[in-house]
Ligand binder design. Structure first.
Ligand code: SAH
Length: 207
């Protein structure tokens, strides 16, 4: 089967499972070539619903997890989004189709370099890729409308909540072990309103 057919099949599956819902997010999934964001030897698996190794002990999240997190974030065209854990750059690429700007931070210089190349190849210009520890966020461009953490944190780094605008939303896998809770936090009148969206598995946030 061709990659294009596999992609359509995957989208259909993610829709029927309820992971892909909104028109805009489905369109972004169609548009972004996931094969550009996985290592060359793995391209044939680009549209199976599984995480794939991207080197340095890290993974590109499974498509259903990208779908869940993207839908939860309720991306708007005017949003400026901060992502912690650029990894392959795929989640940032999906978001870049849906929002005004994505600032994404990656700890591993080698991964950041590859993510930058993939984003460039795809031609996505509204993604700013930074190298370093994202736990402190990126105050230079704060506040953000949305924040997405794609590595597991024992607790949400306070800086990320500070850099979230009033009314803004943060999504993060929270927990110390190999299983985490997918947590949503909305800042409402200065209060943090928390909701849990079930279990997930992410590589840990490191310093
Ligand atoms: N969103 C990615 C998947 C992320 S995997 C994608 O679409 O491919 C988690 C990533 O978080 C890894 O690449 C890891 O190196 C990175 N990471 C871990 N700790 C970090 C930190 N403190 N700051 C920034 N990135 C971090």
């Amino acid at each position: 089967m061709e990659l294009g057919e596999k992609k359509e099949l995957l989208i259909k599956e993610l829709k029927s499972q309820g992971f892909l819902e909104s028109r805009a997010v489905i369109k972004a999934f169609r548009e972004v070539p996931r094969e550009l964001f996985v290592p060359e030897g793995q391209r044939k698996h680009a549209y199976s619903d599984q995480p794939l190794s991207i080197g340095e002990g890290q993974t590109i999240s499974a498509p259903h997890m990208v779908a869940i997190m993207t839908e939860l974030l309720e991306p708007r065209k005017t949003d400026r989004v901060l992502e912690i854990g650029a990894g392959s750059g795929y989640q940032a690429a999906i978001l870049s189709r849906l929002v005004k700007k994505v600032v994404t931070i990656e700890l591993e210089p080698e991964l950041a370099k590859r993510a930058g190349e993939s984003l460039k190849k795809a031609g996505y210009k509204n993604v700013e890729l930074l190298v370093g520890d994202g736990s402190g966020g990126w105050p230079e461009e704060a506040p953000y409308d949305k924040v997405i953490v794609t590595c597991a944190c024992p607790e949400i780094p306070p800086a990320l909540l500070e850099q979230l605008r009033e009314g803004g939303k943060l999504i993060a896998p929270v927990g110390g072990g190999w299983h985490q809770d997918l947590i949503e936090i909305v800042k409402k009148k200065g209060e943090l309103v928390k909701k849990s969206h079930g279990g997930c598995v992410f590589v840990p946030l490191r310093h």
